[in-house]
Design a binder for this molecule. Structure first.
Ligand code: 9G3
Length: 582
């Protein structure tokens, strides 16, 4: 495509509301324009990238045996009432009525619609399994849409739904989608990780998120440097310590020490001249209305989700200062495990505390702590469990490798749905014995428009976007430096453009009558992975300058042998993106 005839309104400045780099660059590079809050128009280059992402998703979904359909945007409220979700969702679900006063919503997702379709068509086990998917516009009325395509109100999602005869079949469907997602993200040329998004409890309601790794990502994940393990912080398992206490258990009797006005871990440690890893932090919680003390080492963070899961509780809240005084007899900062049993308070301790003694703990008395405490001797811990947040340097629960933290952007999510929708909507089939069974479902989402933004979040620099070749609007930016006064260069560039196009290479040909500097700037801004620059000097010497946008590395290709030189350079550039490596 000739840039002189393409609508790519690049900008020097962007509105202050563009807070994240992908939003700024999508606006500056002329890929999108905002219609209204959270709702965007895709301009020609933005649409090309969106469609390239969608095409890769489509190919891999088809390869996995899923079948593409297209469901309506507008959904009848009655379906959502069948599953109880019409009442459950609030303002995020955009509702409206038609001319007959019938209630509808704009589809934020399509479980009800697809289950309604299947329950009407599938009657026999012979028709299962089936996996139906669509690539379609969703609407979710986010209260504060921002970050451009990262969190829009209207966005493009690939959503797939599998229907199986039984749990085993559903596990296979899940595995097929999990593997298809890995193929998709590899082909997109993005660094990603499948992340355990639930407790990893096998057979239960587990799910995986697919995260694009980017320092600007909103989620922090624990990632193993040695194996594929990755998990949300709140879910990541902490490996139990192995070495037992080395003091042989004779750490002397517990003794009270004054700690006047020392409330925080830092203050107590400084005052008693001890390290935080010899102090036990006692946090009090209101768990479904009953008091529970959670214990972790002074230098650790207690994980409330792990506490909640361990207790199988509905609601876990940090105790109020009033509750702390009522339960421990002391103000906040002096709570400790010794003597709490009297108040009927359950004590759950992180298992790290089970292998040492000689701890400093709150004395449950204002301005006082206890030292030399042995939890096994001095109090009754109800349970030792994995209660703390994982930290960098912890060991991987799968392979023992080192755990590091990475930030990620959720771009995909695969779920086991079980009978949640099929039971509520009576999606049943007759099994081989003619017995009626409820279908077992799974659902699988990919944020197609969010991937466009995430690719930029992960791959950009001060000059602009660095698109992976698989989703760049064009693979090559061809810059002619003829500038309207060097017909030979213009003619040679036209020829090259024609030749590359004939070879099937997608070229954005900057044939504008602009200064070289602004052409270089725009090429770096728009982010095509390969830049070819043809100038007068180069033409005279029979060479064209080639630049790899990812690395900035430049080389000269001989015009005489252009086709072969370009082909080998193209391979190098693509392999730099981890593509075409068989
Ligand atoms: C709603 C609104 C927002 C929602 C939902 C429903 C998220 C909702 C979860 C899912 C689960 C999967 C199929 C594709 C992959 C994700 N936000 N979810 O159900 F009414 Cl307003 O969408 N659905």
């Amino acid at each position: 495509m000739r840039l002189s005839r393409t609508y790519v309104p690049t900008l020097k400045e962007v509105p202050a509301e563009a807070e994240v780099v992908s939003h700024r660059l999508l606006l500056r590079a002329g890929f999108i324009r905002k219609l209204t809050a959270g709702i965007y128009t895709y301009l020609p280059l933005g649409l090309r990238t969106l469609n390239k992402v969608a095409d890769i998703v489509r190919e891999e979904m088809n390869r996995a045996g899923a079948q593409e359909i297209l469901m309506p945007m507008v959904q009848p409220g009655d379906l959502w009432s069948e599953t109880g979700r019409w009442e459950f969702y609030g303002k995020e679900l955009l509702r409206f009525t038609d001319r007959h006063e019938r209630e509808y919503c704009l589809g934020p997702t399509h479980e009800e619609v697809v289950t309604d379709l299947v329950r009407g068509e599938v009657r026999s086990y012979r028709q299962l399994p089936i996996n139906l998917y669509q690539i379609q516009t969703k609407f979710r009325d986010e209260i504060r849409p921002r970050f451009g395509l990262m969190r829009g109100r209207e966005f493009v999602m690939k959503d797939a739904y599998s229907f199986d005869r039984d749990e085993a079949g559903a596990d296979l469907s899940y595995r097929l989608m999990y593997d298809a997602y890995k193929a998709i993200f590899r082909r997109l040329g993005l660094e990603f990780r499948p992340v355990e998004a639930d407790s990893g409890s096998i057979g239960g309601n587990f799910s995986h998120e697919f995260m694009v790794l980017a320092d600007t990502g909103e989620d922090t994940i624990a990632v193993c440097q040695a194996c594929e393990y990755a998990a949300n912080l709140e879910k990541a398992e902490v490996v139990a310590p192995v070495d037992k206490c080395n003091c042989g258990g004779d750490c002397g009797p517990a003794m009270e020490v004054p700690t006047p006005g020392k409330h925080t871990v830092e203050e107590v440690c400084e005052y008693l001249e001890i390290e935080a890893d010899t102090l036990v932090k006692t946090l009090l919680f209101d768990v479904d209305g009953t008091p529970v003390a959670g214990l972790v080492r002074g230098d650790r963070e207690l994980n409330e989700i792990k506490l909640k899961n361990h207790l199988g509780a509905q609601d876990v809240k940090l105790a109020t200062p009033e509750q702390v005084v009522a339960w421990t007899g002391a103000p906040v900062g002096f709570a400790g495990p010794v003597g709490l049993k009297a108040a009927g308070i359950r004590i759950i301790a992180d298992r790290e505390l089970d292998f040492d003694c000689g701890w400093v703990v709150g004395a449950n008395k204002a301005d006082a702590h206890l030292k030399s405490v042995d939890l096994r001797r001095d109090c009754k811990v109800d349970a030792y469990t994995d209660l703390r947040n994982i930290t960098e340097g912890d060991k991987c629960p799968r392979c023992g490798g080192a755990i590091g933290f990475r930030r990620g952007i959720e771009v995909g999510h695969v779920f086991k749905l079980g009978l949640k929708y099929s039971q509520a909507m009576n999606a049943v089939f007759l099994d081989e014995n003619g017995k009626e069974q409820i279908m077992v479902m799974g659902c699988y989402g990919i944020g197609v428009s969010r991937i466009v933004a995430s690719a930029i979040e992960q791959n950009h620099d001060a000059e602009g976007i660095k698109f992976p070749p698989s989703i760049a609007p064009f693979e090559v930016a061809l810059l002619s430096l003829a500038g309207g006064k060097d017909p030979e260069v213009a003619e040679a560039a036209d020829k090259l453009y024609a030749e590359l196009t004939k070879q099937g290479v997608e070229v954005l040909y900057d044939d504008r009558d602009e200064r070289p500097g602004s052409k270089f700037k725009d090429a770096d801004l728009m982010g095509m992975p390969m830049q070819l620059v043809l100038g007068g000097k180069g033409l005279k010497n029979g060479i064209i300058e080639a630049k790899d946008r990812r690395t900035g590395e430049k080389r000269e290709l001989k015009l005489a042998d252009f086709a072969a030189e370009f082909a080998s350079w193209r391979r190098t550039v693509r392999q730099g993106w981890g593509l075409d490596i068989d």
